[in-house]
Design a protein around this ligand. Structure first.
Ligand SMILES: [Zn+2]
Length: 127
């Protein structure tokens, strides 16, 4: 029988989601106490210039930085935007969980109609 794994909740709570957004979560809290990060730049306030590619030897060492257009370099964003993104992610999880529960229920109902021999035959066939 084809098995699908139960969907896992991606984030325990809003704080776990906020910390996942941040590129440097440990230093963020010291620099921006009680603030919310910009979703576009991950709280960094800048990104690499799109024209500068990663050098195979030097890496990103000589790449230019651009100010984030959303937060204008502060790295901070509105709590509302983070909350909406979090709710969107949790909504996706809830839909996947609901589908999984429905599928498992349908499987149980179908198996309940079969005899033990039929179930054994299905297991042996790897269905
Ligand atoms: Zn930003």
């Amino acid at each position: 029988m084809a098995t699908t794994s139960r969907p896992q909740r991606p984030y325990k709570n809003l704080e776990a989601f906020r910390r996942r957004i941040l590129l440097c979560p440990n230093s963020w809290d010291k620099r921006h106490p009680n603030k919310w990060p910009c979703l576009l730049c991950g709280g960094r306030g800048w990104d690499y210039h799109p024209g500068d590619q990663i050098d195979p030897v030097e890496g990103s060492r000589h790449r230019r930085h651009c100010e984030c257009p959303d937060c204008l370099g502060s790295g901070e964003g509105p709590r509302k935007a983070v909350l909406e993104a979090y709710r969107k992610e949790i909504g996706k999880y809830e839909i996947a969980k609901h589908k999984y529960i429905q599928l498992e229920g349908a499987k149980k109902k179908a198996l309940a109609k079969l005899t033990k021999e039929e179930i054994l035959a299905l297991k042996l066939l790897g269905v």
